[in-house]
Ligand binder design. Structure first.
Ligand code: GLU
Length: 305
């Protein structure tokens, strides 16, 4: 497995040159666009890695998976899906048009910004700090790593340039679908996007989802099986922005990407995969990361379809 991963990283590194770092959050421009790394954990807890697997980056949209899980834990699935749908949009992750076009005003799904702002608003807690702590504590458990924290620099950069997210949140407030203090909800959303981790952390989180919510390293169950199933289904249909259909056809693995360059993928009952490659394609997915996971899926026959 190590040889295979090294070869795949070497073969696909060159694609970083064809992509661009996310520029709309200035702090993300500090990454090296040529980095590419992968980490894999199997459901027995064995770990494999290659390339720049230990570089830190911010979780960004992959945090949407966490806020969905915590929103369901705190409210039950019915109450969550009263507030957010589960349909792909075919639009960019920060699109506003669907919010106004839909009959209900509900965000289309929890993997786009509007939907994640909604699920973050549903996490119980007396203030932003308490809710953020729940997100961090959850991530520490599923990554088996206590060193998970918010990158203050990226957070401030997100907050300063987050006009589009403010627009989405205030629009939902105006139509009555989003409850609560909008500025506080946005603050939580910006902070959760700015959580820093690495490909190993994503791979471990991915294997917990693959393993129906059981931590492979100690057998403890931390996410109900039905919640894992819901999350993986939504990752397949909506996880890779408006390239989710193409990803399902070409790669066939539940996955979620973020504009920090991360991809988390979860192969049911087999592997968790974490990838880092900060140069993005025009849809916001890691350009070399996509090629790498496609090759890996072909080599190991990982498509679930
Ligand atoms: N913080 C980012 C935003 O809301 C997350 C986007 C992403 O990773 O897709 O703009």
């Amino acid at each position: 497995m190590f040889n295979l991963l090294n070869t795949l990283v070497e073969n696909n590194k060159k694609y970083g040159k064809e992509g661009k770092l996310a520029a709309y959050i200035p702090a993300l421009l500090e990454a090296n666009p040529n980095d590419l790394g992968i980490y894999i954990v199997d459901t027995r807890g064995k770990e494999y890695f290659a390339g720049d697997y230990n570089k830190k980056f911010t979780i960004q949209s992959i945090s949407k998976v966490v806020s969905l899980i915590l929103a369901i834990k705190d409210n039950g699935r019915e109450n969550v899906f009263k507030k957010v749908d589960v349909e792909p949009t075919g639009m960019g992750f920060n699109s506003i048009v669907n919010l106004e076009a839909s009959d209900t005003g509900k965000p289309y799904n929890p993997m786009i910004n509007a939907g994640a702002i909604m699920t973050s608003s549903l996490i119980d807690g007396k203030d932003v700090e308490e809710r953020l702590k729940k997100i961090l504590d959850f991530l520490k458990i599923v990554t088996n790593n206590n060193d998970i924290y918010v990158n203050e620099n990226v957070y401030l950069s997100e907050k300063e340039t987050g006009s589009r997210n403010r627009a989405l949140a205030y629009f939902m407030k105006s139509t009555g679908v989003l409850d609560g203090d909008v500025e506080e909800i946005l603050d939580l959303y910006f902070k959760q996007c700015s959580i820093e981790l690495d490909a190993r952390d994503l791979a471990r989180f991915g294997v917990v989802l693959a393993n129906d919510g059981v931590l492979p390293w100690n057998g403890r169950k931390v996410i109900p099986k039905d919640v894992c199933r819901i999350v993986k289904s939504i990752m397949v249909t909506c996880g890779m922005y408006d390239a989710s259909g193409e990803f399902a056809v070409n790669v066939g693995i539940p996955a979620k990407s973020g504009v920090g360059g991360g991809i988390i993928a979860t192969v049911p009952r087999q592997y968790g995969i974490g990838i880092y490659g900060p140069a993005l394609d025009e849809k916001g997915n890691s350009i070399a990361g996509l090629k790498l996971i496609k090759d890996l899926s072909d080599e190991l026959d990982l498509s679930i379809f």
